[in-house]
Write a new protein. Structure first.
Length: 360
């Protein structure tokens, strides 16, 4: 049975003068999911989040929450709450007072406020910090105060604007897990804006990839990574090597590719003849061996050690640079070779894909 969307974004366009920030965006967000708006800076993701929150009004289109049209409803009347990138906790208030602030503005009884604040602080594991001031907390703890303040009002949807970008890498990883566990506990739909692909892939149930105000693809993380809609999505989601397709007939199982020559593919792409196409190959779908052999000849470049794996850069005969992902054992062997050593690439063509250069 299809779930009724908690939020429906219907044909939303937003213009600022002659600039179009969003163009005809339609998305349904399900109850209880973590949904990510992902894209480069200036793609329109934060504008869309602000439209959902009510801080911006769409030029065209509608926003429905729980089936009710919220397009003209002010932010404080919507069943959503927003956590900003900067946390925006009040520095002169204790943790408990920060969390209680919205409830006091709603003029709830003091006993009810006390109970709800205690519940919210317990949810984010800050009960013992209720009397501390924000400057006595770490960045991650202040982020949890902002989350508690948003959750205490029991919103139907929690909006997160780059929620982890101000944290250091280790704390960011820890907070990802905390947010996912918290969402599973409270059952509130999360809509998060991020430009961090790994953050979206690790946390979200579904991801909308935006670019230049348009929706490029909406899918779960595995589908986005393995079956990108076009070259932009493939390049934005993880690492990928993109090669220009110079000749490809619709229905044919072969293609002529810059730097690689004629190749055979297990599944042909049914794109119209003459359309700009690229071949996408993920670094983990290339095997690298020392010396000459069957495959694509190359020379060894830099080996970027990353612990349990390494990104190895090689150069093809025409000067094209290609990235290969190797495990720790193979990386150690490659590090023993001199830069410029002859190597051979064996590409898993069953994992390669021909894509449109652009879906626009």
């Amino acid at each position: 049975m299809t779930q009724t969307p908690i939020i429906s974004i219907r044909n939303v366009t937003k213009r600022f003068g002659s600039f179009t920030a969003l163009e005809d965006i339609s998305i349904d967000i399900r109850p209880g999911e973590i949904f990510a708006l992902l894209g480069p800076s200036g793609c329109g993701k934060s504008t869309l989040l602000r439209i959902i929150a009510g801080f911006e009004t769409p030029t065209e289109g509608d926003i429905l929450i729980d089936g009710k049209d919220m397009t003209e409803v002010p932010p404080n009347k919507r069943p959503v709450n927003m956590v900003f990138q900067s946390y925006a906790v009040f520095p002169h208030m204790s943790v408990a007072d920060n969390v209680a602030y919205g409830l006091k503005m709603d003029k709830l009884p003091a006993a009810e406020i006390k109970t709800k604040v205690a519940e919210a602080l317990k949810q984010v594991h800050l009960s013992e910090f209720s009397h501390r001031m924000p400057d006595q907390l770490s960045g991650g703890q202040r982020q949890r105060v902002a989350l508690a303040r948003a959750l205490v009002k029991r919103p139907r949807v929690l909006l997160l604007d780059e929620p982890l970008s101000a944290l250091d890498a280790k704390l960011r990883d820890a907070m990802r897990l905390e947010l996912v566990k918290l969402q599973q506990t409270v059952g509130v739909s999360f809509i998060m804006v991020t430009h961090d692909q790994s953050e979206a892939l690790a946390m979200a149930d579904r991801i909308a990839v935006l670019d230049q105000g348009r929706l490029r693809q909406l899918a779960d993380p595995v589908t986005l990574y393995r079956k990108p809609a076009d070259a932009f999505v493939a390049d934005f989601i993880g690492r990928v090597n993109l090669f220009e397709v110079t000749a490809h007939e619709p229905g044919s199982t072969t293609a002529t590719v810059a730097s690689l020559g004629e190749i055979a593919l297990a599944a042909a792409a049914a794109y119209p003849e003459g359309e700009a196409l690229v071949l996408a190959v993920r670094p983990e779908h290339i095997r690298l061996t020392a010396g000459e052999g069957p495959g694509v000849p190359a020379t060894l470049g830099d080996v970027a050690f990353q612990g349990d794996s390494s990104i190895v850069e090689v150069t093809l005969a025409d000067g094209r640079s290609v990235q290969v992902l190797e495990d720790a054992a193979e990386s150690a062997r490659l590090m023993q070779l001199d830069p410029g050593a002859i190597v051979t690439l064996e590409i898993d063509w069953t994992k390669a894909a021909i894509l449109r250069r652009s879906a626009l």
